[in-house]
Design a protein around this ligand. Structure first.
Ligand SMILES: *Cc1c(COP(=O)(O)O)cnc(C)c1O
Length: 241
């Protein structure tokens, strides 16, 4: 499966090659869909990767990194503060971590309840800052996945303006983990439909789509993704947990 040159990059040069290889595949998928090369954002997901290797990735040109565990994001944010990397927090958040997200994150891709919106807004107001957020939607219907059910989205969007520090930037989903491309594509199409309907109702602004990971980013780009979140294809396989 490794379609990048280095299965476990160890130097800045190797990271540069992996980043370029993924970038090229994202651009190829964009062009095939009649979209422009460079129009899809590539967000590297650095979870489980230690700070010394992240320094190399930054040296290779990574300017933003995403983490799904808040404690890990805080630890790396502090360890790499000199680099000026922008940290994204992705995935479900417990309300007791809202303060740390408000402190270190430049965006949050995992808003899945008004409780979390309220907790974040309180911390952000106290810190005097705003935060870009993506609403996470469970498009696969799998119980193991977080996110709002599709039919819950409009109500949550209607109430989001109550939380003035949150700027709705778009929608995020994790597709079904299925070998059937139609099933995976169906998840991405569902998110796009949710975004389109929200736009029509005046609830979504631009409504970027964050969808696609190492195993399915080409399909996501074909279905209109604006941001792919890619970990293993850049950094190497993660040990199974
Ligand atoms: C881990 C993770 C990714 C990246 O997965 P890879 O298989 O490493 O590309 C993307 N999105 C979320 C929410 C994740 O937790």
């Amino acid at each position: 499966m490794p379609f990048t040159p280095h299965a476990r990059p160890e130097t800045a040069a190797e990271f540069r090659e992996n980043l370029a290889a993924v970038r090229a595949r994202v651009d190829e998928a964009a062009l095939a869909a009649g979209r422009e090369a460079g129009s899809v954002r590539l967000l590297p997901v650095s979870k489980t990767v230690e700070p010394d290797r992240l320094r190399l990735a930054a040296e290779a040109g990574a300017t933003e990194l995403a983490e799904n565990r808040v404690q890990e994001a805080v630890r790396k944010h502090d360890a790499l503060a000199d680099l000026g990397v922008a940290w994204a927090v992705i995935g479900h958040l417990q309300t007791n971590k809202a303060r740390d997200v408000a402190a270190v994150a430049s965006e949050f891709q995992g808003l899945d309840s008004l409780r979390v919106a309220e907790a974040l807004d309180r911390r952000l107001q106290a810190a005097g800052r705003g935060l870009d957020v993506f609403v996470q939607v469970n498009t696969s219907g799998e119980d193991s996945k977080f996110g709002l059910a599709p039919d819950e989205v409009p109500d949550v969007l209607r109430r989001l303006p109550d939380f003035a520090s949150l700027r709705l930037r778009g929608f995020m989903t994790i597709a079904a983990n299925s070998p059937d491309e139609d099933v995976v594509r169906g998840c991405f199409r569902e998110l796009r439909g949710i975004r389109d309907r929200a736009r029509e109702a005046g609830l979504a602004g631009a409504g970027e789509l964050s969808m696609g990971m190492s195993g399915d980013f080409a399909l996501a780009v074909a279905e209109g993704s604006d941001c792919v979140r890619v970990g293993q294809a850049i950094f190497g396989a993660r040990p199974a947990v």
